[in-house]
Design a protein around this ligand. Structure first.
Ligand code: ADP
Ligand code: MG
Length: 345
């Protein structure tokens, strides 16, 4: 299907995208997750043919798109601000792409009705755009993008303007529609919750590069870099120093503020290297001791901020960990927690 090959893009001598490559398979939804300003919209505009890279290629079914103008690419776009035509009613908004493709009027009518059913807006044909809520307008925008049966759908932060409860509903609807229609899709967002709900595969865009590409499960279990771990809101990243390489491949012993730890590691470190570690609570992990510094109520559990009880003066760095507990401990109490530790870099 779509293949993005080694895309470079610079604005005002500042590199924005530095060698972006990925592909999207039939029926697959990939999510491009990156901070605001990381170049997500620019990449979508280039795939749509509205802008051009300095180098690199976009191919669809092995055919280079460089010579294909935007309206002949057969790609559908859904934007944050809906982009509906305010002077047209709902029918004419959804029919727009079909008319552009010279679809006969008698075929347009049932197709518009079918699309309205798909987005749960049956019989909305004669309504005005301005009479619709934000969520309804975005569903019309989705129906408009779907009507001409695009080869690829692109979503640019489509839920950005909606409030939380509407977001969840619409996200689930989009997900259901993508599964039903099997249209390959690229969904762009800076919101990790959205990304994990919608994506078959998540691509992290950071500093012009894709630093992680994997299923939600793979990415969550092995973020593989400090940036990805931070983007996922995994706060427990600490610094350490490699004490020794273990006999067992993929294991190292690391000195850190929470003690000496056996760590999973896929890198090629040597004794004395500084490393970043991701610490996660896990029933099967090794036990560490922590001092409770603060306790915050967090829905059905407590968020506990800790300092290290294992070492005091000699620590590499001191930041403590945030962990979750069913019952609130007392401030100053020493608690034992089982953790799994992974080397990030
Ligand atoms: P995102 O969608 O991830 O928030 P964008 O692709 O919109 O990021 O923009 C990334 C950066 O590229 C912006 O911060 C801006 O500096 C730059 N940029 C985007 N479009 C232009 C343009 N037309 N001219 C100059 N700089 C631009
Ligand atoms: Mg953007």
């Amino acid at each position: 299907m779509l293949e993005v090959r080694n895309i470079f893009k610079t604005y005002e001598n500042k590199p924005l995208l530095r060698g972006i490559s990925f592909s999207v398979a039939q029926g697959e939804t990939i999510c491009l997750l990156g901070a605001s300003g990381s170049g997500k919209s620019t990449l979508l505009r280039m795939i749509a043919g509205l802008e051009f890279p300095e180098s690199g290629q976009f191919l669809f079914n092995q055919i280079d798109l460089a010579q294909t103008p935007p309206h002949l690419r057969d790609f559908g776009l859904v934007f944050q601000d809906y982009g509906l035509f305010p002077h047209l009613n709902i029918f004419d908004n959804i029919a727009f792409g079909l008319k552009m493709r010279n679809v006969p009027a008698e075929a347009i009518k049932p197709r518009v009705a079918e699309m309205l059913d798909l987005v749960n807006l049956t019989d909305f044909e004669n309504r005005k755009v301005t009479d619709l809520s934000g969520g309804e307008q975005q569903r019309v925008a989705l129906a408009r993008a779907l009507a001409p049966s695009p080869r690829l759908l692109m979503f640019d932060e489509p839920l950005g303007a909606l409030d939380k409860s509407l977001k969840e509903d619409l996200l689930n609807q989009i997900r259901a529609i993508l599964h039903k229609t099997k249209i390959p899709a690229i969904y762009v967002t800076h919101d990790q919750d959205e990304a994990f709900t919608i994506a078959d595969r998540i691509l992290f865009l950071h500093d012009g590069e894709i630093i992680r590409d994997g299923t939600p499960d793979e990415v969550w279990n092995h973020p593989n870099s400090v940036h990805a771990a931070r983007m996922l809101g995994m706060g427990n990243v600490i610094e350490g120093k490699v004490l020794e390489m273990k006999e067992e491949r993929g294991k190292i012993k690391v000195f850190s503020e929470i003690g000496t730890l056996d760590v999973e590691c896929g890198h090629n470190h040597s004794t004395g290297d500084n490393v970043s570690l991701l610490i996660r609570q896990s029933g099967e992990g090794e036990e560490i001791k922590l001092t409770v510094e603060d306790v915050l109520f967090d829905r059905d559990q407590f968020q506990v901020k800790t300092g290290s009880a294992a070492l005091s003066g000699e620590a590499v760095s001191k930041g403590g960990l945030v962990i979750h507990m069913k019952d609130a401990p007392k401030i100053g109490e020493i608690i034992r927690v089982r953790v799994k530790v992974e080397c990030l870099a």
